[in-house]
Design a protein around this ligand. Sequence first.
Ligand code: ATP
Length: 373
Amino acid sequence: MTEKTIIRFENVTKKYDQDTVLNKVSFEIERGKFYTLLGPSGCGKTTILRLIAGFIEPTEGNIYFNGKVINNVPADKRQVNTVFQDYALFPHLNVFENVAFGLRIKKMKKADIAEKVKEALRFVNLAGYEEREISEMSGGQRQRVAIARAIVNEPEILLLDEPLSALDLKLRTEMQYELRELQRRLGITFIFVTHDQEEALAMSDEIFVLNEGEIQQSGTPIDIYDEPINRFVADFIGESNIVPGRMIRDFLAEFAGQQFECVDRGFSPNETVEIIIRPEDLEMTEPEQGNLVIKIDSQLFRGVHYEISGYDQAGNEWLVHSTKRAAVGDSVGLRFDPEAIHVMRFGETEEEFDRRLEGYGQNGTAAAEGERQ
Ligand SMILES: Nc1ncnc2c1ncn2[C@@H]1O[C@H](COP(=O)(O)OP(=O)(O)OP(=O)(O)O)[C@@H](O)[C@H]1O
């Protein structure tokens, strides 16, 4: 834990009757960053938000806020506010009164309320909309009112539960940009929930990828995209070619019936692995110039590129994004850089990976480096 840590989960489990919806989840959240919880429906994202907000308590484990256990601290005593998917605005109150609501409950002075509401509305670009009825506001504007209502309380953490899912694509993209900007300007911690991987990649400083109540991987968008820890993450984030392979030794993998240099380490000789190469890392060439050859099976025009797929001699399917056109039935070469090859162990989570590498670092790295020279 560092000085910057604001929230820490330590082996947090949440059960409903016998159903375990979060299983020994541990992570840290730092002050002032934009975090995203990403995962398919039902994986436990909202459960994590509700635990942080204080709407539910953990079954096991501890939740820390600024270093103190807060498992049983009620929601209204936490410096956390939530923006819900449906905004939960009061339809019978105007914009000003919606935003002022929490401050009135705190019995703040009238003049101070007016000041703070004005500032919050300015932050979300709604200055001048004070008297408007909620029914006269568009989806994007309602969203901003909901955010203003949350930030007016000056929380240390803002929780956002799929706040953009009701908006159309164009507005959604605009709001992604606005939310990111808002987080930078406010400098508080945002924890954002989505099942949309593009949204997570575009907005976050850090992403936690969840599946079935466990964190599969955490890291920056680039880390997670370039170095997915397992098939689930690789499949969930972007499109991937995943083919079965085997490590001959460190830096040398065998797949598609051939041996290839690769940069990943930490596997035992002969170990069965999964190899991932992103479609945009494959270059289409003449057959004799490729690292491997595929026979093209389909081709789709996608505007910026062609999406081409085909099979190699070993029967693996390959997806290629190419600005070049090809013809169905043609044999073409695929060329790739060793840097683009990423090696994974089936089903391994980040924690398991870290534990394995700890042991590996002591006796494996030096030997492997020696072997390479
Ligand atoms: N009060 C509850 N009682 C019983 N089961 C619950 C309760 N709340 C949530 N669950 C279950 O816990 C699991 C995780 O739910 P959660 O809402 O955290 O998922 P999520 O990742 O946010 O999903 P979504 O994207 O669909 O909102 C689901 O299987 C859900 O059915």
